[in-house]
Every structure is written in structure tokens, then in C-alpha cells.
Design a protein around this ligand. Structure first.
Ligand code: SF4
Length: 200
């Protein structure tokens, strides 16, 4: 994630992704965590801390990159813990107004409940990740809340359905774009994208 900060919690916990996401056997974050138990421990601690209380502005981090992903690992918690997590994320975005923040989530119910009554800051986007491979959502549902959709598809599916993949694409030198330079621009506050990525 060159040039992009991230603030994450643990992947695969029963309270977050475990019973919601059907990508578990191909989950990149889960594989990474299994290989690095210290990373898992540190994200588990983040999950405890970020859902423990609503922090004062002075206690929240200053983000030094121009863009930041919430939950590159992990998910929004259910119940009160999820409300606290989202409030802390929003307050981090407010504290860092020159940074663009994007949260990818499969906890649709919690996100929609929360943002029915809470406003998103101007530098905060929500991307709705689909929970299964080859079951893409081709439009942005509830687009007063969600700013984009992220789909994971197989190569066969893209061929059969004439879908153009727009995440993980390569530049003229054959190098994969990082999110900072990617022409799909998920981190731009002016885009609303339906994104397709091939299963890795
Ligand atoms: S489409 Fe581009 S900006 Fe969006 S997640 Fe993929 S690489 Fe990053």
C-alpha cells in the first residue's frame, strides 16, 4: 500500500468478518495474518482500543500520507462497538481534513444504520465490498450512503460477461498501479466507481 496509510483491526474474528464474508479461503488479509502472528496480535489490540471509547481529538492520530484506508484488514464490528469504531474513524477524518479516507466494508447493515443518522465528512468515502466471488453488484445501491462498489471476479467470469477489470491493472511498463497512481482513483472524493478485481 505504497503512499497510502491504513488503520486496521484483525481479520477473521467471529465479531467481524467470520460469519459475514464468504471469501475466507481466498482472503488476502487472512493469509497475511496467518503468516505473521505478531501482525494479527497488533490488529486484535487495535480492535480492542478503537472500540473501547470515543477518543478526544488530541488522542487521535495525525495521518502523514495524503490518503488513508480504514480496515485494509478487518471489518466494522456489530453493535455498540461498531458505532464507537465508526465514530472514531469519522473523528480521525475530521482531524485530518487534507487526507482522503476510504472505508471498504461488508457490514452493510451496520454502515447503513449508522450513516442514516450520522453525516460523512467531505474527505470520507464508503465502498461496499461484495461478499462472494463472481456475484458482482453492477450499480451502487443506496448511493446516498455508499460511494462505490468493489467486486472480486474470476478471469473466466470477466471473459464470459465482457467485464473490464479496473483494479490491479498495469501501467505502460507492466507494473501494477498502486492506489496512489491508479487511474480508477478510489481515493478521489469526486469518483463513484463500480470496481472489479481479479481473484489473486
Ligand atoms: S481500483 Fe485502484 S485505487 Fe481502487 S483499490 Fe484498486 S488499485 Fe486502489
Amino acid at each position: 500500500m505504497q503512499g497510502t496509510s491504513h488503520i486496521s483491526v484483525a481479520t477473521g474474528d467471529p465479531e467481524t468478518c467470520k460469519f459475514r464474508c464468504k471469501l475466507q479461503n481466498i482472503c488476502y488479509a487472512g493469509k497475511y495474518q496467518r503468516l505473521r502472528p505478531t501482525v494479527r496480535k497488533s490488529y486484535q489490540n487495535n480492535g480492542i482500543e478503537i472500540t473501547r471509547k470515543i477518543y478526544d481529538e488530541g488522542e487521535l492520530p495525525i495521518v502523514t500520507n495524503t490518503q488513508c484506508r480504514f480496515n485494509a484488514f478487518g471489518e466494522i464490528y456489530d453493535g455498540d462497538r461498531g458505532d464507537i469504531q465508526l465514530t472514531n474513524y469519522i473523528n480521525i477524518a475530521k482531524k485530518n481534513p487534507s487526507v482522503n479516507f476510504v472505508l471498504w466494508s461488508r457490514n452493510y447493515q451496520k454502515i447503513e444504520q449508522y450513516f442514516m443518522v450520522n453525516e460523512k465528512p467531505n474527505n470520507f468515502k464508503l465502498i461496499r465490498s461484495t461478499s462472494s466471488v463472481d456475484k458482482p453488484v453492477m450499480y451502487i445501491p443506496n448511493d446516498h450512503i455508499w460511494d462505490g462498489v468493489f467486486n472480486v471476479v474470476s478471469k473466466q467470469f470477466t471473459m464470459d460477461n465482457h467485464i473490464k477489470v479496473n483494479c490491479g491493472i498495469k501501467d505502460g511498463n507492466g507494473d501494477k498501479y498502486s492506489c496512489v497512481s491508479c487511474p480508477t482513483r478510489c481515493y478521489s472524493m469526486s469518483t463513484k466507481n463500480v470496481v472489479f478485481e481479479h481473484v489473486k
